[in-house]
Write a protein that binds this ligand. Sequence first.
Ligand SMILES: [Fe+2]
Ligand SMILES: [Fe+2]
Length: 295
Amino acid sequence: MSAPHHRLEQRKVSFDFTDTPLHWVPGEPEASHVMNTLHILLPAGEFWFCRVYNKALPLVTEARLRDDVRGFIKQEAQHARAHDSALTPYLVRHGIDPTPFTRRLSWLFEKPLGDLPVGSGWLGRRLQHWWLLQRVGLIAAVEHFTCVLGDWIITTRQLDHADPVMLDLLRWHGAEEVEHRCVAHDLHVHLGGSLLMRWLYMLVASAALTFLFHAGSRLMMRQDPAIRRVRGFLPLWRDLGGRGLLPTMGSIGRAVARYFKPSYHPVVEGDVQVALDYLAHSPAARRAAEAAAAG
Ligand SMILES: [Fe+2]
Ligand SMILES: [Fe+2]
């Protein structure tokens, strides 16, 4: 099952964080830091997506899917660059040092999650192919979360009063996640990914993302003098979710359950038209479109 074809385009956005306060959700330092985890997690994570997909691209035998994968790679690379652009002018400017987290993360994506150190013989090639398929399966599970979170950030009204630049970054990214929501799943299935792999990698992705958001937000909250006591991640999430500042735990649990259905396909997740409507009005996306039109 595939969505009606929609050509994915890279929008070369940029953001000016000069006036963005550390607590970009006004009066909510914890919610700001949980979402700030995206800036320290995604540059390494999404460039890793691109490296894995560049390896997978020659294996794709359908022209349309190959086109989708190319568009996906371009969009994810731009997401990584945009979040990376917030590190110095936003986090570091406000006294937050993300390097203890980003250094470990770079190692994780380059070494344990990089290519296997095997030779180019028959067995080495087989192992490398197997490992590529595992990583494609893991990315498909992560992309289910990015679509669900992207749909939430573009549709919630609870953050409309937040800093407009940071909100536009998250909503532009979220909208493109909804826009390309089918690509990772379709690629995984195309390369032979099984239902069992989908289940396994959803479990791995759920645990890994929970840990990474816990570790990343805790690192930043500990450096923020406005936060006297760093709360446990799950009680914090329950509280912020209940107040509409994050997706509720229940909504994420239901999203995870949907991924386990044998009939699952991301085409029913989110609404591409809502995402495209946001992208048509996003200040950053409009600036990018004007710059592209001007040549
Ligand atoms: Fe992304
Ligand atoms: Fe994505």
